[in-house]
Design a protein around this ligand. Sequence first.
Ligand code: GCW
Length: 630
Amino acid sequence: MNLWLTRLKDPVPAGLKSPAELAGFELSHALPDTQVILREQPALNEGYRIEPLPGGFRITGGHTGLLYGAWRLIMDRLCGEASAAVIDSAPKYAMRMIDCWDNPDGTVERGYAGRSLFFRSGKLSWDPGRIRELGRLLASVGLNVLCVNNVNVHYPAQLLLEDDLPSLAALAEAFRPFGIRLMLSVDFSQPMRSGIPTADPLDPAVREWWKSAAARVWSVVPDLAGFLVKADSEGAPGPFAYGRTHADGANMLAEALRPFGGTVVWRCFVYNCRQDWRDYKTDRARAAYDHFMPSDGDFHDNVILQIKNGPQDFQVREPVHPLFGGLMKTNQMLEVQIAQEYTGQQKHVCYLMPMFKQILDFKTYMPGHEDATVADIISTRTLKNANGGIAAVANTGNDENWTGHDLAAANLFGFGRLAFDTTLDSESIAREWAELTFAGSTKTAIDAIVDILMRSWSAYEKYTSPLGIGWMVNPNHHYGPNVEGYEFDRWGTYHRANWRGIGVDRTTKGTGYTMQYREPNASMYEHVETCPEELLLFFHFIPYDYRLKTGKTLIQHIYDTHFEGAQDAADFLDTWKKLDGQISDKEAYARVLKRLEIQADSAIEWRDRINTYFYRHCGTEDEHGRKIYE
Ligand code: GCW
């Protein structure tokens, strides 16, 4: 089984060498009756043109562009779309990356779809057929970089730069025909494994060590995309230990990688993870901006800062990270998470493209580029970024269906499609995915799947934490409700609910976070009246009897949305039950049914825990007299 490419019965054979060769193979197998002429034009790189000819098509494209063009044609044809017009396309971002949080022992951090596809028993080890299928899936939606190991680099992942180099080279070779380059997460303190007493980025021996490490790895993987670094974050080593800045650390690596054309992707997920809950001044949301803004302009041009979509951590709703639009002279890429760590862990359906679109379309009002959206800022063609891109934490594993929940595959597909073309809309992506994946199902079934996907993010948001406050999950594994699970902990993730109200005051009277945005966004968030209500509790402490724009009190809104969200989850299950017999893949039907049952139950648990929690705090009855436990 191969997700949205289920209908292609022929596996990719071993031995194909290049994307262009692969393009020929895919076309002849997927569209045997269509004559397609392939013409390589190297200058087009990853771009392509598809022209209808009498009786067929011509695809002109760069080395990888030909493959992307081939997939466009194949997928359009499989969806029954007649391509009568000329199509010109090229990706907006140079780096369209999947971050795998895979560990050498075969586990996947925040993995919800089985074990690693790349590692077993401490070493790189894979099923070549599966890697070819994965390559095909990723290439079909235009993803081009895969970071193979967890950003938390636990031993023996360090061996990827040492003894495991031949295996790394073989894995890179396996992905090459798909136009996919590998990236490695590295341990900033790794020189210390070779007897160097420090990892200080300004120490000559450390600098030498990284140069020779780079030379060693690029000699066997000449097209390695670069190194991904989580430094000074959640216990990971980094330059702070030596009184150095992130720019010192990143630039040291950038110099080592420069001769080989490598890029350093440096994460901005840096905050104090030992906060005292009684401390109202420290604000985790502020941390990345406070750390990185002073270094704007100091990073080498082969460094890209990788910034999570929001200032906290992949919650169901967060404001856009203020470093977007803040940083003016630094390459940036956006990091999102399709692994559904905080959005139902691939047991719940939660289609994330509507969220990603909102992030990409957000206007930051960066001076001189007032109209630029996040999508523009991270692109290589605007703001003169030398480099830029978009990355998603992967949602795949070795489960037979790749993503655990069959409907979660829509997030992998959608992420690739959006990364290639941010102008696409989430609903057409959902429809395209559903038509490809569930080909042969009834039209009613396809429509219902699209409807479930499109309602799923909002449903999840409704039955979980209200109005942008986030968290309220069980600590550590992050599945299921636990309203105060993180409230008295050290991670900086508080909701501050008490008998008067709930929310974090991030205005100038509180933590001052609002002022990290450019105007008019700063003022918009600063004032309760103009703050978008879906983020109200992220920015403000609000009393339960505060009236929202709907005229409802905050507490009534909380009750209502939780009843609605749980009802949505129940509706998804009902809808699915009615589709029995209408979905072509019976096993997938049964698997999805099971997950929707789990989701409907879990949504009730969420609803009741949250409603009861707030009822106990404020004692206000539900206006509709529904059952709220005391
Ligand atoms: O959300 C947190 C996750 C960690 C993860 C970290 C990060 C890889 O819970 O599992 O570590 O973010 O993004 O670095």
